[in-house]
Design a protein around this ligand. Structure first.
Ligand SMILES: *Cc1c(COP(=O)(O)O)cnc(C)c1O
Length: 463
């Protein structure tokens, strides 16, 4: 059979509410044209993030019922620990309430001021947690990952020449840990090849530097390795995953991504004395080491989710949805980052709206127009998120790219939902010449994209 179907049937449903274009125009205006400030009840298809938004399976809900809430030594913890051992192979497993707590604990035990932490590309919480220790995060993406329009099978790779150069010039003493993020979220959800991970691992061993993996989308990355990397097609996903993590000394994980859970994370590693120090920090801010800020029921849901995410039928459906969305809008003339990543499609708003200059926020136009067009919520990843404003002069510097991310929650939407997304996006693209830009009228000094308010610089919603 050629048709790829959702490998599940739906037994619990959550109605989503249709709204009219007129209602959506009013709701957007009230929200200051910032979709973060909309109520999710007013959103039809929510592509804001794939984090914590997965649908849980019947088995995961059964785990929720089985959750044991003992303060110490709960069987739920031991089921969670066993799942992480089996899949990732690390000796010590430290649960945390989400990925960033694992990052904070890892970096505050390894880093000191003046250190440098390289990564293919730091995710924003990872970058902030490195900086909080006084160390400097350094992105070393491979050159073949940098041009959004040029496809390559492994655009998430790390630049290993620059890694060696860094270790030779700065000395391994200044580099307390090397990290690789799979898939490379900030770089567009692009995968890292097994060959690149082997090379990074070899370099780290040569220089005696610990190698950690930011594992948030490990199953999606393993699927790309199986599909795209020479000699990997016959291996099972669990085999590929085991090899990936055997190359590293530890990992941080957000279970809100490939844990198929709504909350949770962990830090896993082999170094016993480091693990002991990290558990002491965990007790200080997260909780006792057999729950780490999570309820026993959450540990159960993650233990089940980590196994379900490795099923090939699931991974095939997951990637088919993302690829279908990316290919359909790209064939319809909407420029996207090529090829589509594992969890999201990124529209190149600067290329779609060449008549809207970066400082008039073309990504914000796309985000607002897609909500108006079809009740779809997505997020600007451009000047609103990454541009900067001089606090004295108020002068704005645009971001290097103007992207809009359409992130697909796991197991939530069906093929007809994706067809609807395609229709809405292409229908907006048809009238792109009639739209203009936006201007920010209120903003906070940090992470402004969450709360900023905007005004359109054109007749919004009359086209
Ligand atoms: C989401 C994410 C994190 C942080 O995880 P949280 O659970 O949101 O704290 C870290 N790294 C990457 C690559 C992520 O996508």
């Amino acid at each position: 059979m050629k048709t790829i179907i959702e490998p599940f049937r739906i037994r619990t449903v959550e109605p989503i509410r249709m709204t009219t274009q007129g209602e959506r125009r009013g709701l957007l205006e009230k929200a200051g044209y910032n979709p973060f400030l909309l109520r999710s009840d007013d959103v039809l298809l929510d592509l804001l993030t794939d984090s914590g938004t997965s649908a849980m399976s019947a088995e995961q809900w059964a785990g929720i019922q089985r959750g044991d809430e003992s303060y110490a030594g709960s069987p739920s913890f031991y089921r969670f620990e066993k799942a992480v051992h089996e899949i990732f192979g690390f000796e010590h497993v430290i649960p945390t309430h989400q990925g960033r707590a694992a990052e904070r604990i890892l970096f505050s035990t390894l880093c000191k001021p003046g250190d440098i932490v390289p990564n293919n590309t730091h995710f924003d919480t990872t970058r902030a947690n490195v900086q909080a220790t006084g160390a400097t995060p350094l992105d070393l993406p491979a050159p073949h990952g940098l041009d959004p329009a040029v496809p390559h099978p492994f655009k998430g790779d790390m630049d290993t020449d620059r890694l060696v150069e860094l270790l030779e010039t700065e000395g391994p003493e200044r580099v307390p840990v090397v990290m690789v993020t799979i898939t490379n979220n900030t770089g567009g959800g692009q995968p890292v090849s097994l060959a690149n991970l082997r090379e990074v691992s070899r370099i780290c061993r040569d220089f005696g530097v610990p190698f950690y993996i930011d594992a948030c989308r490990f199953a999606e990355n393993a699927w790309f390795i199986k599909q795209r990397e020479e000699g990997q097609g016959e291996r099972t996903i669990p085999e590929i995953v085991r090899e990936i993590f055997s190359l590293a000394d530890g990992c941080t994980m957000s279970a809100k991504k490939d844990g198929l859970a709504n909350i949770g994370g962990f830090l896993a590693l082999n170094d016993e004395s480091l693990a002991r120090r990290e558990k002491n920090l965990l007790i200080l801010t997260e909780g006792f080491p057999t729950y780490g800020g999570l309820a026993g029921r959450d540990l159960e849901a993650i233990a089940v989710g980590l196994h379900e995410v490795l099923e090939e039928d699931y991974l095939e459906y997951r990637h088919a949805s993302v690829r279908y969305l990316g290919e359909a809008i790209s064939e319809g003339g909407v420029p996207i980052m090529q090829p589509p990543g594992g969890h999201a499609v990124y529209i190149d708003a600067a290329a779609l709206l060449p008549h809207v200059p970066p400082l008039e926020l073309p990504g914000q136009t796309v985000v607002c127009e897609l909500y108006l067009e079809g009740g779809i919520r997505c997020v600007e990843v451009g000047t609103v998120m990454f541009g900067s404003r001089d606090p004295d002069t108020g002068e704005e510097t645009p971001a290097s790219m103007e992207l809009v991310r359409l992130a697909l929650p796991r197991r939530v939407y069906t093929q007809s939902h994706v067809d609807y997304m395609v229709e809405a996006i292409l229908s907006f693209a048809d009238r792109r010449e009639s739209v203009g830009g936006f201007r920010m009228v209120e903003q906070e000094p940090v992470l402004r994209h969450f709360t900023a308010r905007f005004e359109p610089l054109y007749e919004f919603g009359t086209g």
